[in-house]
Design a protein around this ligand. Sequence first.
Ligand code: ATP
Ligand code: FE2
Length: 331
Amino acid sequence: MRGKMKKYILGIESTAHTFGVAVVDDGKILSNIKDSYATEKGGIIPIEAAEHHEKIKEEIYREALKQANITEKEIKAIAFSQGPGLPPCLKVGKEFTKELARKLKVPVVPVNHCVSHLEIGKITGARDPVLLYVSGANTQIIAYSSGKYRVFGETLDRGIGNFIDSFARYAGIGFPGGPKIQELSEKGKKYIELPYSIKGMDVAFSGILTNLKQKLESKKYKLEDLSFSLQETVFAMLIEASERALAHTGKNELLLGGGVACNSRLQEMAKIMCKERGARYFCPPNELLVDNAGMIGFLGEIMFEKGIKEKPNKVDILPRQRTDDVEVKWK
Ligand code: ATP
Ligand code: FE2
């Protein structure tokens, strides 16, 4: 008997800045190609981001197949980011998924973007972690509990990445601000007192941003010291909230996710906290921390193997899908 042709899962990400396509095989990411829309000012104009995605989607797709060394005929299902995200951006991913799925006659697997940030942590060995998800738009502490992924804590105003980027923009150091603030903070020596804003497992950043802007305006402080103090303050808040979530859920694994988790000082603080309470610390490589299609394909494959799939004309985007709205049928 001739062996069946080996087949693969395609992952597609398009919730915000990033359009990405990945090929996944049995938990291994064979290719993970992406391109991100960026403006000088750093803010996102959803329609422009969608135009960016529209323009590069075909090229990214071809490159993902090429790097994985597969042909279209070897795709068995397409997983796509269904939400949460910006509607115009999500639509590009959805339409691309539908067209391709119809053409290739394969099913579609709708994936929640936030949950995929958590599930991809399994690649690092985490089994049942508390996820500290810190990206541009999102700041959440998520864990699996009683059949659902639940948000134990979150930002009450803006996302941490957005907060850091806003301060960086105000200081005139460009976008994205995260890596630049980190660089400056390493030269900072003096800790300047800033508001510390945490309630239970929730955090807030807007007040701190206003305070930082005033301090910068006053010209009494060095940007290096402000950057250092910014990081020490807001990361301490996040670590405190994460520790509380670990204690509350009784879990003993902490996983980092989202672009801000690329920050080495945040990683260091997370490691120290975990060590002190005897928890295990996990952090995927940078390319899997930021928005990417590999994590969508990775979770899509797990779902597909459990029989979760849809016909292409049945699926739609869910721009406001909440983490705890997701029906976890694959566990
Ligand atoms: P979403 O919030 O929808 O998941 P996004 O595109 O805003 O998507 P990511 O790609 O996960 O988010 O992350 C981008 C953010 O990560 C930016 O705000 C950027 O400043 C921040 N970032 C990147 N590197 C670092 C770093 N070393 N330190 C701090 N922040 C960083
Ligand atoms: Fe994300």
